[in-house]
Design a protein around this ligand. Structure first.
Ligand code: SF4
Ligand code: SF4
Length: 441
């Protein structure tokens, strides 16, 4: 029987939500930003500025080069001082536009509210805004909302679960801007003719749920649409906010292996994504800032900040009383799924929603030992996979074993690694196994 808010598997890591009471602080004190021309899934952008050009906030810097790409805009006003190729965090070589800020944050004249009259102009506006899913995947939102011919969307699902340890950036959005979140949901429902929406929030965030419910009950514009939006509390368990898990928790529907949410009549957006949509349609300011949680044992003042996209990570860490040079490990993203940085000269990008800094003591990983066949990894896997078998297949590069055990269904949540008493690097190897299969195909 379907019980909303629940799924099989998952783990309960310590929540470490140290920053949930700290309002978002707006940081502008950055002398230099670097904008990589690839901050989305899809082909990289082409720079449309040259060294020496003066730019303003919201001005186009990187032109999108296809339907799966979104443009990149300047997040500061100042002067372009370099355009060069750099190695990105994932090993790719990416063109980067470097801008020295004049500290004035003057807005470009082109920043005007878009004219939106129907579905097509709405989707075009979203593409022009440079918006990608702000939950971290980097998939262009206009593309996600382009519903294939013959498919129907029954539910717009809003991911406000924020199930990962430490992070509170989305919670702060709910606490600080419930009106814009509801307005963004209403815009998506109206232009895509989606009949109902559900906001999924873990039950350890009652304040966020209450504020959103209050906003839904508030009389005013769009009341008819508001009655089609509801807030659903979810059991607090990681990875409740993973797309496939949350779809099942909210609707009881299972996305088929290799399928997409639209195959079960669903579109899912992150709560910060819908808030941005409302702001953009009102102001026309493209995606130029990012909300981040800064935390970890290497951070003196854990906090939530809003920074210009392209701000250098060591500068952002310094604002929170941390010292990037002294850190044992810096993770871009969450403690369960984030990427450990192998160098420091990297900027905040559109996909970032947290920076974790750990001291050398916490950064130490225990060594692996032999599998003791305890089965814990199987019990916690939310996708009902056999992590020990996938790990074995990946280590031996046995594509047959990997495929037979549905390696591509792994959502890389890390639950298996988290519980393994042998401290095996399960998710790390399974991730490599997915790449092996993808390359072979
Ligand atoms: S196998 Fe993949 S989906 Fe399953 S627990 Fe491990 S990382 Fe998560
Ligand atoms: S949890 Fe670790 S030790 Fe236990 S079966 Fe899985 S891989 Fe083996």
């Amino acid at each position: 029987m379907f019980r909303p808010g629940r799924f099989s598997g998952g783990v309960h890591p310590k929540s470490h939500k140290n920053t949930d009471a700290y309002p978002t602080v707006h940081l502008d004190d950055f002398t230099q930003i670097r904008l990589p021309m690839s901050m989305h899934v899809g082909p990289p952008c082409t720079p449309v500025v040259k060294v020496g050009d003066r730019v303003k906030v919201g001005q186009l810097v990187g032109q999108a080069t296809g339907p799966l790409a979104v443009p990149i805009h300047s997040s500061v006003s100042g002067q372009v001082t370099a355009i060069r190729w750099e190695t990105f965090v994932d090993g790719r070589s990416v063109e980067v536009v470097q801008i020295e800020s004049d500290g004035l944050y003057s807005h470009a004249e082109s920043v005007l509210p878009p004219i939106v009259t129907d579905r097509e102009s709405f989707l075009q506006a979203l593409q022009d805004s440079g918006l990608v899913g702000l939950g971290g995947a980097g998939f262009p939102t206009h593309r996600k909302l382009r519903i294939p011919e013959g498919k129907q969307v029954e539910y717009l699902l809003i991911n406000a679960a924020e199930c990962e340890p430490y992070i509170t950036a989305d919670f702060r959005q709910c606490a600080e801007h419930p009106d814009e979140i509801i307005a963004g949901i209403a815009l998506v429902m109206r232009y895509l003719a989606i009949p109902q929406a559900i906001i999924g929030i873990e039950d350890n965030k009652p304040l966020a749920a209450r504020l959103l419910k209050d906003e839904l009950a508030r009389p005013g514009d769009g009341l008819a649409l508001k009655t089609a939006i509801r807030v659903q509390l979810l059991k607090t368990v990681y990875p409740q906010g993973a797309e496939r898990v949350l779809i099942h928790s909210l609707t009881g529907r299972t996305v088929p292996s290799g399928g997409l949410p639209i195959d079960v009549g669903v579109v899912m957006l992150n709560v910060s994504t819908v808030r941005f949509i409302a702001k953009y349609i009102k102001t026309g300011m493209p995606l130029v800032r990012k909300h981040l949680t800064l935390d970890g044992s290497g951070i003196k003042k854990p906090c939530n900040v809003s920074v210009p996209i392209g701000a250098m990570i060591p500068d952002v860490i310094a604002h929170a009383g941390g010292n990037a040079l002294a850190a044992g490990k810096i993770i871009m993203g969450s403690s369960m799924m984030g990427v450990a940085l192998d160098r420091l000269d990297l900027p905040v990008i559109k996909q970032n929603n947290m920076i974790l800094v750990f001291d050398s003591c916490e950064a130490n990983l225990p060594g692996e030992s032999q599998c003791i066949h305890c089965g814990r990894c199987v019990r916690v896997c939310p996708m009902r996979l056999l992590p020990y078998a996938l790990d074995d297949g990946a280590r031996r590069q046995d594509l047959g074993q990997l495929q037979a055990n549905h390696v591509q269904d792994c959502i890389e949540c890390g639950c298996c690694t988290y519980v393994c008493p042998a401290k095996k690097f399960l998710v790390q190897n399974i991730r490599a196994g997915k790449v092996q299969v993808r390359q072979a195909n």
